[in-house]
Design a protein around this ligand. Structure first.
Ligand code: KIV
Ligand code: NA
Length: 286
């Protein structure tokens, strides 16, 4: 789709205003970015889920800003059409608005991102979001389950299941909108809570594990494609994730066939041995 125009905040807004749903998928490297681009996905999110699905950690906490920048750079080379949003990683933006502006500026200048995402809607987080927008950096908010807070949340568990916590999710989303966020991710909350948030704010809401009442949906690339299929693998695909393919099986099958053909001497054969010397030189070599 090289002829399609680049997704911008303005085009995303027009899509939302027209009542069309928004598709978001994560990307971490050049090939995933090219695939997300070719499918015409609206937004490519360089998620800190890279810590888990690319680097094999159990949480999103360990990934560094420099590692995120490396992912952002690769994605920005592969995806030219989607809006590019980069996650500010844990530890890169919580201390002060100045720290957040430094990190976010690098995501745009070095990483080639169009916008950043930060987690949470506490007063200090809202202040940071506002400072970023004031400094010219578009911000996507993120409420509900915020995986960077796993230490205080006590695990990857759904949020907003009581009236009080649900009201807090709605309140925080409203504060993030007031701070200038152009869209808000809602993760792992009951459908009714996501519906309440979507009704309360006038920016797109992007759900994950939050039901079908949001303005759009996001899934993690590896989960969506079924990369981690192996029964012995510790990383499980979350319940809310629909697997649209079984890419893990395709990869394993291909690798096993390669091994078999190498061991059996079938590969490369003559078909994959393209280089020749002249017959005369050949006779001198053998
Ligand atoms: O890091 C990530 O993949 C995310 C999405 C799940 C929203 O933040
Ligand atoms: Na994230």
């Amino acid at each position: 789709r090289p002829s399609e125009p680049r997704m911008t905040l303005k085009r995303l807004r027009a899509k939302y205003d027209a009542g069309e749903r928004i598709s978001v998928v994560t990307a971490y490297d050049y090939p995933s970015a090219v695939h997300v681009d070719m499918a015409g996905i609206d937004v490519a999110l360089v998620g800190d889920s890279a810590a888990m699905v690319v680097h094999g950690h159990d949480t999103t906490l360990p990934i560094t800003l420099d590692e995120m920048l490396s992912h952002c750079k690769a994605v920005s080379r592969g995806a030219t059409r989607p809006l590019l949003v980069g996650d500010l990683p844990f530890g890169s933006y919580e201390q002060s608005s100045a720290q957040a502006i430094d990190a976010a500026t690098r995501m745009l200048k070095e990483g080639g991102m169009d916008a950043v995402k930060l987690e949470g809607g506490s007063p200090s987080r809202v202040q940071t979001a506002k400072a970023l927008v004031d400094s010219g950096i578009a911000v996507m908010g993120h409420v509900g389950l915020t995986p960077q807070s796993i230490s205080v949340l006590g695990g990857f568990r759904p949020q907003g299941r009581s009236f009080e916590t649900a009201a807090q999710v709605v309140e925080r989303a409203m504060e993030l909108e007031r701070a200038g966020c152009f869209a808000i991710v809602i993760e792992c909350v009951p459908r009714t809570v996501a519906a309440a948030v979507t009704a309360a704010v006038s920016v797109p809401t992007i759900g994950i594990g939050a039901g079908d009442a949001t303005s759009g949906q996001v899934l993690v690339y590896h989960d969506l494609l079924g990369f981690m299929q192996h029964p012995h693998h510790a990383k499980v695909t979350p319940k809310f994730c629909k697997q649209y393919a079984n890419v893990g099986e395709v990869i394993t099958g291909a690798l096993e066939r390669f091994k078999t053909e190498v061991e059996g001497g079938e590969f490369p054969g003559m078909s994959y041995s393209p280089y020749r010397v002249s017959d005369e030189d050949s006779n001198r070599l053998v």
